[in-house]
Design a binder for this molecule. Structure first.
Ligand code: GDP
Length: 196
């Protein structure tokens, strides 16, 4: 699998520290507790991989993981935790916004949303903002094991309709790290973006 060989590479706190050898990378975003770390760990089939990003001093930064020579995935800081507004603004303006806007090797954004609470205000801001880059967005509706089949179908339809209004380049799927469902589908999208 694509993520099988993933290893932690580096933590980036400043724009000028972004890896210079990246050919292609994908970024993972989502609100805190959405299940982003679990999803990354499930994709990598590695129970601790993304928890590197949760160690003190790394939570507010970009955490790079190597997939293959010159190919990376980037774990972005989770958003939505009660932080001082000026802190959030400084981080957004200093690092995240320029990274998401101008990072040439960035092929696309994976946005993780808890399927029981999708499309929060901050998710919508992220989606609408990143859609302006013209790059693709793939949404993982996480923790899908928490819903019945009927509820899964409903949330998929509702979120799909909201996404279609935001960008033509949005795709989505259900995902469960716990049950390990949706992994192949997510890998196909990422392999395509990363040309792997
Ligand atoms: P992050 O803050 O977005 O990285 O979220 P985590 O990956 O740390 O997950 C947040 C919480 O959701 C944890 O308690 C996880 O055990 C739980 N969780 C994550 N993925 C799943 C899943 O697929 N199913 C269920 N039932 N719980 C999950």
């Amino acid at each position: 699998s694509l993520f099988r060989k993933a290893v932690f590479h580096t933590t980036v706190a400043n724009l000028h520290d972004l890896p210079g050898d990246s050919i292609c990378e994908v970024a993972f975003a989502g609100r805190s507790n959405a299940g982003k770390s679990s999803a990354i760990n499930a994709l990598a089939n590695h129970t601790r991989l993304a928890f590197v990003s949760k160690t003190p001093g790394r939570t507010q930064h970009l955490n790079y993981f190597t997939l293959d020579a010159g190919k990376y995935f980037v774990d972005l800081p989770g958003y939505g935790f009660a932080k001082a507004p000026e802190e959030i603004r400084a981080q957004w303006e200093g690092l995240l916004a320029p990274y998401l806007s101008y990072r040439l090797p960035l092929a696309g954004l994976v946005l993780i949303m808890d399927c029981r609470h999708p499309l929060t205000d901050l998710d919508l801001q992220m989606l609408e903002w990143f859609a302006q880059t013209g790059k693709p967005i793939h949404v993982l509706l996480s923790k899908s094991d928490k819903l019945t089949r009927q509820e899964q179908a409903n949330v998929l339809r509702e979120v799909e309709s909201a996404l279609s209004r935001i960008s033509e380049r949005c795709t989505l799927q259900l995902f469960s790290s716990l049950k390990r469902t949706g992994i192949d589908e997510a890998e196909r999208v990422l392999a395509n973006w990363l040309d792997m």
